[in-house]
Design a protein around this ligand. Structure first.
Ligand SMILES: [Mn+2]
Length: 326
């Protein structure tokens, strides 16, 4: 990692115009990482713009008050083409920022990828990837401290904290270790208010979101002697509850909450197919299954998008495929 860190510092020190992006449907680690990196680079006197494919969900808007986040449209292409450094955080797959991927490929900017997911794809000039850290935000903390800890101001620390808190499931997911807690302690020492961040992210929802959750919980089914739990949401639940897919948050925790369940699947019907989130406990490698369906992620947490398939057929296909590993 030391080698990659110093190459990254070289790029950061020699380039001036930066564009940062992350994945479609950004979560708090995506936006937290982007905002923290943008503020850090600004602290080094750089010009920075964050451009995302999707809009920022309501519960993460507080992060965009720390640094603006633009939603991509072709008018922004010139910024991507003009940039001399293009940074991708919290994903390593151009498919996950596909709307602007073509422009990015045309740009002469040095492409940097800072991430913690498996199966890196070939598109960047420099990869700083650590699949052992629970959050891209944790990796960024290490990058910043390796350069100059003074650049971790309170807004930077707040953005990093949001990413680490959410990607560790509030400090409980498997990759949470002593280092994560030590880093978190450093962020708190810089003045981060953990309850304020928690409230913004988890205590600022609408009642419709709970009605959606109610319907989602009601449809959970178990298979294979209770070892696999499945939740399958048709698009109609969003109209019924006056919600959108952006209101779906971490539903996988509920399928995994059942005793003896080792694999949890959450399906959400899309206009052009089905999106599935896959989770597993312990040694079960769910990423193998996600890859079979053109997706990917981590051993215990992956995702895939199945095109031109009904919800019912997607459930059957996944359950059939999973049989061999449970
Ligand atoms: Mn992440």
């Amino acid at each position: 990692m030391t080698e990659q860190f110093s190459r990254l510092h070289d790029v950061f020190n020699t380039k001036h115009l930066f564009v940062i992006t992350s994945h479609v449907n950004p979560d708090a680690d995506a936006i937290g990482s982007e905002v923290a990196l943008a503020l850090y680079l600004k602290g080094k006197g750089k010009e920075v713009r964050i451009i995302n494919q999707s809009i920022t969900p309501d519960h993460l808007l507080f992060l965009t008050k720390l640094f603006p986040v633009h939603t991509y449209n072709s008018d922004l292409d010139l910024h991507i083409l003009d940039a001399d450094c293009f940074c991708v955080v919290d994903t390593n797959s151009p498919k996950r920022f596909s709307a602007m991927a073509e422009t990015v490929a045309k740009s002469n900017a040095v492409k940097v990828c800072i991430d913690h997911h498996l199966e890196q794809e070939s598109f960047a000039d420099l990869y700083v990837i650590d699949t052992d850290v629970p959050a891209a935000s944790e990796l960024l903390y290490r990058i910043f401290t390796d350069d100059d800890p003074a650049l971790i101001t309170l807004p930077v620390a707040t953005a990093l904290y949001a990413g680490i808190m959410t990607d560790t499931g509030s400090f409980k997911f498997p990759k949470t270790d002593a280092e994560t807690h030590l880093i978190t302690a450093e962020l708190l020492k810089r003045g981060v208010d953990p309850y304020a961040v928690y409230q913004e992210i988890y205590e600022s929802g609408e009642i419709n979101k709970l009605h959606l959750l109610g319907k989602a919980l009601e449809c959970i089914e178990v298979h294979y002697n209770g070892r696999v739990a499945c939740m399958a949401l048709p698009r109609s639940v969003f109209t019924e509850t006056r919600t959108t897919e952006a209101d779906v948050d971490n539903l996988t925790q509920y399928v995994l909450s059942i005793r003896n369940v080792v694999v949890g699947l959450v399906f959400i019907e899309q206009p052009d197919g089905v999106k599935v989130s896959l989770r597993s406990k312990g040694e079960i490698d769910i990423n193998i299954i996600a890859k079979k369906f053109g997706g990917g992620g981590h051993r215990n947490a992956s995702g895939a998008r199945l095109k031109d398939i009904t919800l019912a057929d997607a459930v059957t296909a996944l359950l059939t495929s999973i049989k061999e590993i449970v």
